[in-house]
Design a binder for this molecule. Sequence first.
Ligand code: FAD
Length: 320
Amino acid sequence: MSTFKRVDESIKVAIIGGGPSGLAAAIELARLLFVEWQLYEQKPTISEIGTGITLQRSTWRLLEQLGASKHLRAEDFFRAPDGHDNQYRPVVKASDVEQINGISKATVFWYSTDSKWIYTTPLDDSDWEITCRVREAEGGDRSSWGREVSLADFLKGFQEYCEPVQQLLSLVSRVKRFDYFGGRRLQSVVKHGSVALIGDASHPLSGAFGAGAAFALEDAHTLAGALLWAASSKRDLADALRLFDSVRSPYHSALYQTMDTIAASHEETSRNAASAEEEIVGRIENVSKPEHNWMYYHDVDQALEDAILALEETAIKSVL
Ligand SMILES: Cc1cc2nc3c(=O)[nH]c(=O)nc-3n(C[C@H](O)[C@H](O)[C@H](O)COP(=O)(O)OP(=O)(O)OC[C@H]3O[C@@H](n4cnc5c(N)ncnc54)[C@H](O)[C@@H]3O)c2cc1C
């Protein structure tokens, strides 16, 4: 992107990566006639990575706006990985789960101590998903997606769980580990006045809030909105990216703040709990507080509109 070019004169954009943020950016930018874009993806083909993804209400709203939701079918949501290949989020057969007494058909988080949880949910009539989170010491062999691990080692990490969960885990035949890691927190998501970071590249949230896809779509939507604003008000690209940054960077900071608040309350809970059970109850209460769910209701259009208003008010004041 050239920094000082007026946005309405047509700009060229390179989108790096065809994950949720890159694809959303492509759809959003395709709607802007003054943008010529090219998407670069390192993988030669679209392929399944074998992990589930939860669509939060905010994700769904943006998929609707993108016109993508109408292309999603039930089997897209509830699709097991090929064969019976089990990952960190293994899929097991519903007919086997039905034999276990004490496993609810509702989606359940089975909390333990030390940030450990197991999430169980039926996907459709034939499959169940199990997601297991456990905090492990950092090793030198971290990989981003899907490293096969020993089933015995995996099961060792969840031995304190009650009998129905043990039976459920015994159905898993292979498991892969998906590591969460991220870079440092950035003050700004714009570099050199011409590069905008979107999606996971812009924030190290490491899976917090289970809404990385929503954040990615919000980034792309805001970026397109900022470019449209610049084009219609005859600004240059740097103005558009400054606006984008002024909307998204504070949003990320607010997410970090919420993440830190929850982490601090978990630490306090662990310190003060008289028993494992008390700690688990405390942790559930910490994450369930309504003030920690604000991001699912975030109105990304309103946030951009507010930032544009604030910018224009500042501009008027500087003229007066
Ligand atoms: C195990 C796991 C479970 C998750 N569960 C959920 C969930 O339930 N709900 C939710 O909303 N989010 C979830 N997330 C987070 C969500 O998957 C991410 O936030 C989201 O995928 C981010 O999209 P992205 O496009 O920014 O990045 P990515 O999805 O990582 O896509 C980046 C793309 O860029 C490509 N790429 C990388 N480098 C280059 C390069 N140099 N050149 C060209 N292409 C390149 C990659 O191949 C990839 O296709 C989960 C994440 C993990 C790891």
